[in-house]
Design a protein around this ligand. Structure first.
Ligand SMILES: Cc1cc2nc3c(=O)[nH]c(=O)nc-3n(C[C@H](O)[C@H](O)[C@H](O)COP(=O)(O)OP(=O)(O)OC[C@H]3O[C@@H](n4cnc5c(N)ncnc54)[C@H](O)[C@@H]3O)c2cc1C
Length: 284
């Protein structure tokens, strides 16, 4: 947003424009705040370096008022257009420093540029830590690998699904998905699951299959709700309670499976610890 700012001098650096509110981040959260502030006739500026997670959404079906779904980039464009109609536009900038001044205001820096603001709104989002598989990010963009069971599970009810990750996060998402499908495989990406005995018992009791292979390749056709994933050969199986031991319903063949891939990755603040959790494949 650019309108209505006054300039304040700052010795030794570029003058800072002064605002009521500076919004860091131009994803859905930051743009929503900007639209409201513009309507409230406040002087606000959105600073954004265009890495919104929403830009990765091929098509969302869980956004109210869009029963046929909407793509993330289209949603962002609509919000930016709405803001433009109010006479404002986000500024392309990567914020590198924030300092609080003696009068309580904040000075925001992006390279040589400066903004001074009474209030600061952080809307910088989180970043996904995708599973260590070749082409993970491309598969997310294609909708082959999904990142959020809450967003996407409804669209894959009854399908064979897999959740990728060795730890408690993946195990928890696998258990969550039992409300949507009985055919779930937990893919640990090589090695035994890194969860407690108690968690493993819950996974086992829910009839979730555990596959201890690395995933060598994942490809698919999101429109057809299908993916193919190739792993090394070792596999460990947890039978459904009451069923014979052996491949549970939906257990993929040892080295390949046609599947609906869902990826629910960990979402972390940019500074957070790296973790391999993620949800992955399944089958049709
Ligand atoms: C594959 C996928 C599918 C999803 N599907 C759905 C769905 O169906 N429904 C749903 O509700 N949600 C969905 N989500 C989640 C949704 O994308 C996020 O909840 C949403 O984007 C969060 O909005 P936000 O504005 O908080 O953060 P973001 O959209 O991530 O925006 C944060 C912005 O801050 C900017 N920023 C960060 N640091 C700086 C800095 N230092 N300087 C300048 N700018 C900075 C970034 O560039 C970015 O543009 C999905 C996410 C993914 C990845």
């Amino acid at each position: 947003m650019s309108g209505g700012a006054s300039e304040v001098g700052a010795p030794g650096r570029q003058a800072a424009s002064r605002y009521d509110c500076c919004i860091l981040g131009g994803g859905p959260a930051g743009l929503t705040a900007a639209i409201f502030l513009a309507r409230l006739r406040r002087r606000a500026v959105v600073l954004d370096d265009r890495r919104s997670r929403a830009a990765l959404i091929p098509r969302s079906h869980n956004h109210p008022a869009f029963p046929d779904g909407i793509g993330g980039p289209a949603l962002l464009e609509r919000m930016r257009d709405q803001l433009a109609d109010l006479g404002e536009s986000p500024v392309d900038a990567k914020v590198t420093a924030i300092a609080q001044e003696g009068d309580g205001s904040f000075t925001i820096a992006a390279g040589e540029r400066r903004w001074n603001t009474r209030f600061l709104l952080m809307a910088t989002g989180v970043e996904d830590v995708l599973p260590e598989m070749p082409g993970s990010l491309d598969r997310v963009r294609e909708g082959v690998l999904r990142c959020c069971p809450i967003c996407d599970a409804f669209e894959v009810i009854g399908r064979e699904l897999a959740v990728v990750g060795p730890g408690a996060c993946a195990a928890g998402e696998a258990l969550f998905l039992r409300a949507y499908s009985q055919r779930i495989t937990l893919v640990t990406l090589g090695g035994p699951p890194e969860i407690t005995e108690e968690q493993l018992t819950r996974v086992r009791a829910a009839g979730i299959t555990v596959l201890e292979d690395e995933v060598l390749e994942l490809s698919g056709d999101a429109a057809a709700c299908r993916s193919t994933w190739r792993t090394v050969s070792s596999v460990s199986m947890l039978p459904m309670p009451g069923s014979e031991s052996g491949p549970g319903p939906g257990l993929p063949p040892r080295s390949a499976s046609r599947s609906m891939a869902m990826a629910g990755s960990s979402r972390t603040p940019a500074s957070a610890v790296r973790c391999r959790e993620a949800m992955l494949p399944g089958t049709q």
